[in-house]
Design a protein. Structure first.
Length: 333
């Protein structure tokens, strides 16, 4: 049996689902480890997520709360939770209950038997729109053709990791984090468990189509340098095409004499090479922007409030579960 299981849950506007999340995770993890901690990372929520998290922490000292000073994003929220986790096994899951807490029993069981250092949940595409499914599959095909590690369609952040896998992950301190790539980059034996896609329990997803597109660009640019090599190849191809076109014009002049210059040909050539230049500059600019952020070395996040921090001597033992009756008496935020 594990000494301690840590469960990290990034939260952004998840007040409607936190009570149920707590109840189901406590039930699902009962008996899996000697001690348990639930780390709720409030990523600058605009609803009363923090109030609900405070209530849970007040009634159960195993619930720890980290609250950011503003919204920094899911990647910094996961990083903060992993840094705070003390367990010899650490799980990551979303707060919207699209990651079934009941699956934790099987995942922790595989990890506890020593079969792997990462146990990853892979969801089906049931319930996703055809457009989103199409773009998701295209994303994985494009990224896997460019990065040095393999990303699997349907695999997200829902996983359980051993202590050594978490420690290896925390050694990677880059500002532009793309966790899907980092999880694969650290290696270690990995086991994959499949589950049927679960629709969101409450609230609305913050992952709009625009956000997903930006996330895809981050995945391509932040985790490899092959786009820069692609710019070089495109430039060479453009030069070769220009030379071939020049040869074709010279041959035509030698055979047929002077021809009236073609307006359409000129405009097409100018537009083509202008587009190549703009795309090349945009790719280079993406990398320069990320270098700029890395050089500044700002912290990934700022914690405005911490509840049930073990470093605080006022925090009592972590093995005192809250009962449903206590939660009812405490009221709901």
């Amino acid at each position: 049996m594990l000494s301690m299981l840590s469960l990290v849950v990034p939260c952004y506007n998840e007040a409607a689902s936190l009570q149920r999340l707590y109840a189901e995770t406590v039930e699902a993890t009962a008996g899996l480890s000697q001690e348990f901690e639930l780390i709720l990372v409030n990523d600058g929520s605009r609803d009363n997520t923090l109030d609900v998290a405070r209530q849970l922490a007040d009634h159960d000292p195993r619930v720890r709360v980290l609250s950011f000073s503003r919204n920094f994003g899911k990647e910094p929220a996961m990083l903060a939770g992993l840094r705070a986790a003390r367990g010899d096994a650490v799980a990551i899951m979303d707060a919207d209950l699209q990651h079934p807490p009941q699956l934790l029993r099987d995942m922790v069981g595989v990890l506890d038997r020593g079969e792997a250092d990462q146990v990853v949940a892979r969801r089906s595409r049931d319930g996703d729109s055809k457009v989103r499914t199409f773009f998701s599959r295209m994303f994985y095909k494009v990224v896997n053709g460019m990065v040095d590690v393999e990303l699997t369609d349907g695999v997200g952040d829902f996983r359980v990791m051993s202590r050594r896998a978490v420690d290896a992950l925390l050694q990677l301190g880059e500002q532009n984090r793309f966790s899907k790539g980092l999880f694969s980059w650290i290696g270690y034996p990995t086991v994959m468990l499949s589950y049927k896609n679960v629709l969101r329990d409450a609230g609305e997803s913050s992952w709009t189509f625009k956000a997903l597109v930006n996330y895809g660009i981050d995945g391509v640019v932040s985790f490899n340098q092959k786009p820069l090599r692609a710019v070089f190849i495109i430039g060479v191809a453009a030069i070769v095409a220009s030379l071939l076109y020049l040869v074709w014009l010279l041959v035509g002049w030698l055979i047929s004499g002077v021809q009236t210059p073609g307006y359409l040909t000129t405009i097409t050539a100018v537009t083509l090479f202008s587009g190549v230049q703009l795309i090349s500059l945009a790719i280079i600019a993406e990398y320069i922007g990320r270098i700029y952020l890395e050089v500044k070395g700002r912290p990934h996040y700022i914690i405005a409030e911490s509840i049930n921090d073990p470093a605080d001597p006022a925090v009592t033992a972590l093995d005192h579960p809250a009962t449903n009756a206590q939660l009812e008496r405490g009221g709901h935020a």
